[in-house]
Design a protein around this ligand. Structure first.
Ligand SMILES: Cc1cc2nc3c(=O)[nH]c(=O)nc-3n(C[C@H](O)[C@H](O)[C@H](O)COP(=O)(O)OP(=O)(O)OC[C@H]3O[C@@H](n4cnc5c(N)ncnc54)[C@H](O)[C@@H]3O)c2cc1C
Length: 532
């Protein structure tokens, strides 16, 4: 199969880009691939909203830029911050035109929320299901475009480059190019080759590398792992944002339900097992301190008490106000027997957002030719060492737009590559036991949570690397002799992503932003990106 524009991922980044290239080039084909259902994405679960300067009487681009730079702790690219904040407002207007609805107040103005780290009210939201609303609007707009084909249940295995033509490709190869991808079509169970002129990686985050995460099962870092295998540039992988307040449900593993920090913005109070409101001991901003500070405080309280969670107290809220703003959270808590008007909500930190990823320039271009990246899998320079809440949906749309502008200029000069071999299954057999995969996934998540979580030190990182090495060796051996499956490929990708996180964490001999290492509790004078 051949397609002019190939898009890997159907979240906000992939869909925004696809709509734009399809609109600009009606005679060209656009194919979106997604590994499960089309709406099963991190995007769908975004609750809080999207940040954008809307009220120019009180707010300004300068203030949003400053808040973003402060959160990024010296590692943001200021030019990129400026681009995202200034261009983001136009992108928000576009998605409204495509049909996304954001809550308004009784005067018809946007009901803007405020989250930790923001100096003003600037978060547009749709109740507490903003991402679901944006995903809905985008998918509906996509369905109206005749030159877009959206193929669900299609697992991308690898990016095709000169390596697949038999050339030796290394990190120093100057002109690595992307010719398309190999995919496992889960509807036919066949491995297919899709050739493309231009490809966008929009594969989302990697929270599944950890035992507790707010990310859905699809978030296994496939795009970052594929790019790394293709010898592309990756950066800043050590900066994993842990959301302080995921709903704690004993025995439940996989995707944790998020309790948005807007609940703390509205007055929710964190309490430890003695009922003490502990945040004032950690930061003068108390419960509204930045996420990393709150997450570390909770982690410390849990370690002191030896428990697996703390509590979020909302008992003082009026039920009407809570259900009006957070209907989804209210229902979820009630479904597991927690009445927020009488009971405190058990919460614990969970892996939430990957600030680093595939290194891009200001046009979304990766180090591999004809390959762009946008959304959570990309590292554009916006977030630096820590993401400001609700900046990621904005970044995804801005960089989808910038990638589109560059790609449509370029496409006429790109031809399909010929002579690319089909995927070979020679020497591989059906997997004998799934336990070889599922047990390794468990081990991986445990070691990442215990050794490479919110608080790190050199000894833990070294132990993590040794254990990862063993998992890598065993999994590569299995991969060589087994017919590929999504489970095996995801394990392989997660091991790669975990390796990249540990490697970057090991190189960073300081504590900065989301990376806290007790052996180096202070920031270095010079801020440095870690690029692999
Ligand atoms: C619970 C939660 C709440 C959040 N709240 C907010 C918020 O309020 N504001 C905010 O700005 N951000 C928020 N975020 C972060 C934000 O939602 C994500 O960063 C953003 O949606 C990522 O969009 P994306 O397009 O990059 O990727 P995603 O939306 O995750 O989409 C990834 C796509 O890639 C596909 N894919 C991945 N691997 C493969 C493969 N191998 N083959 C084929 N397809 C593949 C997936 O199937 C999926 O379609 C939240 C995240 C979570 C999890």
């Amino acid at each position: 199969m051949q397609t002019d524009f190939l898009v890997i991922g159907s979240g906000i980044a992939g869909l925004t880009y696809a709509l734009k290239v399809a609109e600009a080039c009606p005679g060209k084909t656009v194919t979106i691939l997604t590994k499960t259902q089309s709406d099963e994405t991190n995007t769908k679960y975004a609750q809080g909203g999207i940040a954008g300067v809307m009220d120019f009487d009180k707010d300004s681009f300068e203030k949003h830029i400053e808040d973003t730079l402060i959160a990024g702790d010296g590692l943001c690219n200021p030019a990129v911050v400026e681009i995202v904040v200034r261009e983001g407002v136009e992108r928000i207007r576009e998605i409204i035109e495509w049909g996304a609805k954001f809550d308004k107040d009784k005067d018809g103005d946007f009901a803007l929320g405020r989250e930790g780290g923001h100096s003003e009210f600037r978060i547009l939201h749709h109740k507490d299901v903003t991402g679901k609303e944006m995903e809905r609007a985008l998918l509906e707009a996509i369905s109206r475009k005749s030159n877009i084909q959206l193929v669900s249940h299609c697992f991308v295995l690898d990016i095709i480059t000169q390596h697949h033509l038999g050339y030796l490709v290394t990190k120093s190869t100057p002109d690595i190019e992307c010719y398309g991808v190999y995919v496992l079509n889960l509807s036919t169970n066949r491995i297919e080759k899709i050739l493309s002129k231009i490809t966008l990686l929009a594969t989302g985050g990697n929270g599944q590398v950890y035992r507790t995460t707010t990310n859905p099962a699809i978030a296994t870092g496939d795009g970052v792992a594929m790019l790394y295998r293709a010898k592309g540039r990756i950066e800043n992988m050590e900066f994993i944002q842990f959301h302080p307040t995921a709903l704690y449900e004993a025995g439940v593993r996989g995707q944790s339900f998020l309790i948005t920090e807007a609940v703390r913005g509205d007055g929710g109070i964190l309490r430890n097992h003695n009922g003490e409101a502990f945040m004032e001991r950690y930061d003068e901003r108390k419960d509204l301190a930045p996420r990393d500070i709150v997450a570390r405080a909770i982690d410390n309280e849990m370690k002191i008490s030896g428990t697996e969670h703390v509590y979020l107290d909302c008992r003082h809220f009026s039920k009407e106000k809570f259900t009006e703003h957070f209907p989804n959270i209210y229902e979820k808590c009630l479904s597991i027997g927690i009445d927020i008007t009488k009971d405190m909500i058990p919460v614990s930190p969970a892996a939430h957002y990957s600030c680093g990823g595939v290194k891009t320039d200001e046009h979304g271009r990766t180090s591999v030719g004809n390959l762009y990246a946008a959304g959570e899998c990309a590292s554009t320079g916006l977030h630096g060492a820590n993401r400001l809440a609700s900046n990621s949906l904005l970044e995804a749309m801005v960089f989808a737009h910038r990638s589109y502008l560059d790609a449509v200029k370029k496409i006429e000069g790109v031809n399909f590559h010929t002579g690319i071999p089909d995927w070979s299954i020679d020497g591989t057999n059906a997997p004998k036991e799934m336990i070889l995969i599922t047990q390794s996934v468990k081990e991986l998540k445990l070691l990442m949570s215990d050794y490479v979580g919110i608080v790190r030190n050199d000894e833990r990182l070294q132990r993590a690397m040794k254990r990862l090495d063993l998992l890598y060796t065993e999994t590569e051996a299995l991969y060589q002799k087994t017919i590929v499956s999504p489970q095996l490929c995801e394990l392989r990708n997660m091991i790669t992503v975990a390796y990249l996180i540990v490697k970057c964490a090991g190189f960073r001999k300081e504590s900065r932003g989301l990376h806290f290492n007790t052996d180096y509790p202070h920031r270095n004078a010079r801020a440095q990106q870690i690029i692999l």
